[in-house]
Design a protein around this ligand. Structure first.
Ligand code: PEP
Ligand code: MG
Length: 548
C-alpha cells in the first residue's frame, strides 16, 4: 500500500479503480508561410470555430452543472477575443513569416510564462486557461476532431492537471473523484468537484504511470490522502466510513439549500468553525451559511516563526473568496494557555489560563497585532470578512482595540492599499464580559459567546483537566443565564449574538437557544445539517409555553 498526501478540495471517501489521464502533447512544427495573409485568415477561422465550440460547451455545462461552472467558457471566449493575444499571433505570422500553429503555440508559451510569474494565485490559474484556449485553436488548425477524455468504468481520475474543458467533457457518472498533481484549491476542477460533491485532492505528488494506473485506490477527501493498493484493514475501515458518510449524505440531500427557519418563522444563522483552509471543503459540503469562527492562531501554531502579513493575507483572502460573499468571521490570534508558540518566547506562568493570552498578547505586542490586522483588512476587500477579538474583559480594552484597528485602516489608506469595511465583533468568554455585555454592546458590531472558556472561567474549572470532567458542566444554570443575558443585551443595543463554543452544537440545547433568541450557532461543519433538522422541526413559541 502507498499513501500520497495533498490538499483536499472536497471531503468524502471514494473507492475504485484509478485511471491515469495523460494528455498527448501536440508537436507544433515551425514552417515558413508562403502566404502570410492566408495564414492569418486560417487563424481567424480557427478562432471563430473555437468560439463557436466554447459557446456550445457553455450551454451544455449550464444545463448540466449550472452557471458557476459554465462561466469559465464565457471567459474563454473573451480571452480568445483579447486584443493582446490576437495581435501577438498575427504580428508573429506577419513579421516572422511563420505558420499559424507556431504563432499560436509561441504566443501561448509567452502568456503562460507571464501569468506564472505573477504573485497572485488567481492570475497564475489563468495560465491554465491560456493553455486551454490555445490548445483548442491548435486542434482546429490541425483538423483533428477533439476527443473527450475517455473513461469506460467508474474511476478515480488521476492527472497532472485538468483543464476546465477536459473536466466538463468527462462523463460525470464515471468519475468517483479527481486527484491532480498540480492545480490550486480554487481551480475550476476544484469548483467542479465541489459542485458534483465528490472527494477531490490537488497538489498530490504521485507518479502518473503503471505504479498507480489501473490499481485500486481510496481517496480520503477529508484527510487529504490517496491510498494506492490499500491493505485489507484500510479497505475495511474506509468502507465503513463511506457507509457512515452515505447515511449522513442522505440527510444532507434533503436538507441542503433549506433555510434555517423554525415552524413559527424564526430564523437562525448556522455557521461553521474552522481551524485552517483545509476545512473549507467540509464547510461547503455541509451547506454552512458562513464561517462563524476561523481560529487564526493555527496559522501561527503551524509555523516556526511569525507568519508574515502577506502569508496571512493570502490565507484570509482564500477563505473569503471560497465563501463567495458569505460571512467569514476570523478571530484574531488566541494563543497562550493551552496553545503555546515557542517563537513568541513567553515567560513561564504559574497560571497560564489566567495569564498572558489572546488579546492581552496582542495589546502588549502591537506590532504582531497590527500585522494580523493589516492582513485581515486587506482580505476584507475580497469577501464578507468580519474580525472578532477574543478574551475580552473590559470596555477599555475594546476601545483600545478599535483605536489600533482605526490606525491600521488609516495606514492602509495612506499607502493606497485596498480594504473593505469589515464588522468588528467580540467574543464573550469571560464572566466579566457577560456581566457588562450591555456596555460592550455599544462598542461591538456583534457578540459571539465562547462557551468553552466561559464555562472554565465561570465555574473555576480548568477545561484541560480531564480529572475535573464531572465539574465542567456547561449546562450549569450560571452559564445558561449568562448566555440569555448576553443575547438580550445584544438585541437591546441592536446587534446580533451567536455562540461559537462547543455548546452551540449541543443538540439537547438547540431549542433552548432558539427560545433565548440566539441569532447564530457556529459549530463544526458536520453538525450543521443535524441542527438544521431540529430548527426546521421546532415551534419556538410552543416550546417556550411548554417550559413555563
Ligand atoms: C471558546 O472559548 O468557547 C472558544 C470558542 O474559543 P477556544 O475554544 O478556541 O478557546
Ligand atoms: Mg476561547
Amino acid at each position: 500500500m502507498y499513501i500520497y498526501e495533498g490538499k483536499s478540495v472536497f471531503g468524502g471517501i471514494a473507492i475504485g479503480k484509478i485511471s491515469v489521464y495523460k494528455k498527448e502533447e501536440r508537436q507544433v512544427r515551425r514552417v515558413k508561410a508562403a502566404d502570410t495573409e492566408a495564414e492569418i485568415t486560417r487563424f481567424r477561422l480557427a478562432k471563430a470555430e473555437a468560439i463557436r465550440q466554447l459557446s456550445e460547451l457553455y450551454e451544455k455545462v449550464l444545463r448540466e452543472v449550472g452557471e458557476e461552472n459554465a462561466a469559465i467558457f464565457e471567459v474563454h471566449q473573451m480571452m480568445l477575443e483579447d486584443a493582446g493575444y490576437n495581435d501577438s499571433i498575427e504580428d508573429m505570422i506577419r513579421t516572422q513569416g511563420i505558420n499559424a500553429e507556431c504563432a499560436v503555440a509561441d504566443t501561448a508559451d509567452n502568456f503562460v510564462g507571464m501569468f506564472m510569474e505573477m504573485d497572485d494565485d488567481y492570475m497564475r490559474e489563468r495560465a491554465a486557461d491560456v493553455k486551454d484556449i490555445s490548445k483548442r485553436v491548435l486542434t482546429i488548425l490541425s483538423g483533428d476532431i477533439k476527443e473527450a477524455v475517455a473513461v469506460k468504468d467508474a474511476s478515480i481520475i488521476v492527472a497532472d492537471d485538468l483543464a476546465p474543458s477536459e473536466t466538463v467533457q468527462l462523463d460525470k457518472d464515471m468519475v468517483l473523484s479527481f486527484v491532480t498533481v498540480h492545480g490550486l484549491p480554487n481551480s475550476h476542477t476544484a469548483i467542479l468537484a465541489r459542485t458534483m460533491a465528490i472527494p477531490a485532492l490537488v497538489g498530490v505528488s504521485l507518479p502518473l504511470d503503471g505504479a498507480v494506473d489501473g490499481k485500486l485506490g481510496i481517496v480520503d477527501g477529508t484527510e487529504g490522502k490517496l491510498y494506492v493498493d490499500p491493505d485489507e484493514d484500510t479497505l475495511r475501515r474506509m468502507k465503513r466510513r463511506k457507509q457512515e458518510e452515505a447515511e449522513q449524505k442522505e440527510l444532507l440531500q434533503t436538507l441542503r439549500g433549506r433555510e434555517n427557519v423554525t415552524l413559527d418563522g424564526k430564523k437562525v444563522m448556522l455557521y461553521a468553525n474552522i481551524g485552517n483552509l483545509k476545512d473549507l471543503a467540509a464547510v461547503l459540503q455541509n451547506d454552512a451559511g458562513g464561517i462563524g469562527l476561523f481560529r487564526s492562531e493555527f496559522i501561527y501554531l503551524e509555523r516556526d516563526d511569525y507568519p508574515t502579513e502577506e502569508e496571512q493575507f493570502q490565507i484570509y483572502k482564500q477563505a473569503a473568496e471560497a465563501m463567495a460573499g458569505k460571512r467569514v468571521i476570523i478571530r484574531t490570534l488566541d494563543i497562550g494557555a493551552d496553545k503555546q508558540c515557542d517563537y513568541f518566547q513567553m515567560e513561564h506562568e504559574e497560571n497560564p489560563a489566567l495569564g498572558c493570552r489572546a488579546i492581552r498578547i496582542c495589546l502588549m505586542r502591537p506590532e504582531v497585532f497590527k500585522t494580523q490586522l493589516r492582513a485581515l483588512f486587506r482580505a476584507s476587500a475580497y469577501g464578507k470578512v468580519a474580525i472578532m477579538y477574543p478574551m475580552i474583559t473590559s470596555v477599555k480594552e475594546v476601545k483600545r482595540i478599535r483605536e489600533i484597528a482605526a490606525s491600521v485602516k488609516a495606514e492602509l489608506s495612506g499607502q493606497g492599499i485596498e480594504f473593505g469595511d469589515p464588522e468588528q465583533g467580540i467574543m464573550i468568554e469571560t464572566p466579566a464580559a457577560a456581566l457588562i455585555s450591555d456596555e460592550l454592546a455599544k462598542e461591538a458590531d456583534f457578540f459571539s459567546i465562547g462557551t468553552n472558556d466561559l464555562t472554565q472561567y465561570t465555574l473555576a474549572v480548568d477545561r484541560q483537566n480531564t480529572k475535573l470532567d464531572e465539574f465542567y458542566d456547561s449546562h450549569h444554570p450560571a452559564i445558561l443565564r449568562m448566555i440569555s443575558m448576553v443575547v438580550e443585551n445584544a438585541h437591546r443595543a441592536g446587534i446580533w449574538a451567536g455562540i461559537c463554543g462547543e455548546l452551540g452544537a449541543d443538540q439537547s440545547l438547540t431549542r433552548e437557544f432558539l427560545a433565548m433568541g440566539v441569532d447564530e450557532l457556529s459549530v463544526s461543519p458536520e453538525s450543521i445539517l443535524s441542527i438544521r433538522k431540529i430548527v426546521l422541526g421546532t415551534n419556538v413559541e410552543e416550546y417556550k409555553a411548554g417550559r413555563l
